[in-house]
Design a protein around this ligand. Structure first.
Ligand SMILES: [Zn+2]
Length: 388
């Protein structure tokens, strides 16, 4: 068990091959949804199919027939559905309300056989043969996450291709893990027992940061809060009955606006977990957050609690658990697994620099990784000490 690390890298896709990727994604979703339907039973969780081989034996030939996808992509789609169903069954066993997993977002899971990784490009299999795409790296390279993604220390694992509709761009979410891991499995996607953790750090600089390197800045959120604040001030000064009524309406609108925003972030966090194959999303314990983040504004504290509630609720529906772990210096600890040096001098505002190994990274992102790691370690310990 480990915290998987992912970095989104923009791909340069040849114009004439873009449609091949879109069609591949459509067919990949079709396979995943067909497999989820096959594996799911509303009657009882004991009737749900959670073994990858059972699903594959039953569906593989049919899905190869129905699509132009390669063998490995069909298998990955089935595997994704089985994983999701399995997660739901676990929640169901715990008495939680669940429903058949449904796949709607544009994403294709590639393993080492359907994608060939190079340091500067990737070759992807599609419904129409292979397409080679170069990585487009930002000019301020290396970004914090590129440092480990493109470092030789890490090897590529099953990774996800995603499409950003707003910008019409393709991103390859490259997942890596270390060579010298003590885990004995040989291929991530082959092991259905594989479990990973998505760590989330809530902060002042960014609203939330995931251990995959994804940030939710919360700028919009802060902007609205300031706007509402200003208008509230104006209305309060007037002191008329009409102003009082307007004030009430404003309060309701503000709350709706803020909830709406947090719902969006919560959805994106849960999707981030699902698409990275994580079965648990871990937050810092929120109980004493006011003491730990004295500089946080009240609307942030309010947002953190709501965000956790929303994530917990939405994650459950997709077979993912949401947990909190005690913070324990997550912001001061070096998140490099071979280091772990903890010192308050490591952190300086948004910047983290390990005083021992020199690891430099965004401070919130470092904390998010620690939150994930902390939970993963705790769970590993618990599984080892529990009687078989
Ligand atoms: Zn270090």
């Amino acid at each position: 068990m480990e915290v998987r690390r992912t970095a989104p890298v923009k791909l340069i896709v040849p114009d004439e091959r873009r449609n091949d990727l879109h069609e591949s994604a459509r067919q990949f979703l079709h396979c995943a949804n067909r497999a989820a339907e096959f594996c799911w039973s509303n009657a009882s969780y004991t009737e749900c199919i959670t073994a990858n081989t059972t699903a594959r034996d039953a569906l593989y030939d049919e899905l190869r027939e129905e699509t132009d996808l390669t063998a490995n992509l069909v298998q990955e789609a089935i595997r994704r559905a089985v994983q999701a169903v399995k997660g739901c069954v676990e929640r169901w066993e715990d008495g939680k309300r669940v429903s058949q997993p449904e796949f709607t977002s544009w994403s294709i899971l590639y393993d080492k056989r359907s994608a060939t990784f190079y340091r500067d490009r990737v070759s992807l299999s599609t419904v129409n043969g292979r397409v080679e795409c170069a990585f487009e790296l930002p000019s301020d390279s290396p970004t914090p996450y590129e440092r480990y993604v493109l470092s030789e220390e890490f090897e590529f694992r099953a990774s996800t291709l995603q499409y950003d509709k707003a910008t019409d761009e393709f991103y390859f979410h490259i997942t890596t893990r270390k060579h010298d891991s003590d885990d004995d499995e040989s291929e991530v996607s082959e092991d259905t027992e594989y479990q990973t953790v998505l760590g989330i750090d809530l902060g002042v600089n960014s609203l939330a940061v995931a251990s995959t390197g994804r940030f939710w800045q919360g700028d919009d959120y802060d902007h609205w809060c300031r706007e509402f604040e200003k208008r509230r001030g104006d209305l309060q000064q007037r002191g008329t009955q009409a102003a009082h009524n307007a004030l009430l309406r404003l309060g309701k609108r503000e709350e709706a606006c803020r909830k709406q925003y947090l719902h969006t972030v919560a959805n994106e966090i849960v999707t981030e977990a699902v698409e990275n194959g994580c079965d648990v999303i871990v937050f810092e314990d929120l109980t004493d957050i006011r003491e730990r983040l004295p500089q946080a504004k009240w609307h942030h504290l309010w947002a953190f609690r709501r965000l956790f509630e929303y994530v917990e609720y939405k994650a459950a529906k997709r077979g993912v658990a949401a947990k909190q772990v005690a913070p324990n210096h997550t912001s001061q600890r070096c998140s490099r697994t071979d280091c772990g040096f903890t010192h308050e001098a490591n952190r300086d505002g948004e910047h983290f620099e390990c005083q021992k190994c020199g690891y430099e990274v965004n401070a919130d992102y470092n904390a998010a990784k620690n939150i994930g790691l902390r939970y993963a370690r705790k769970r590993k310990h618990r599984l080892r000490s529990s009687p078989k």
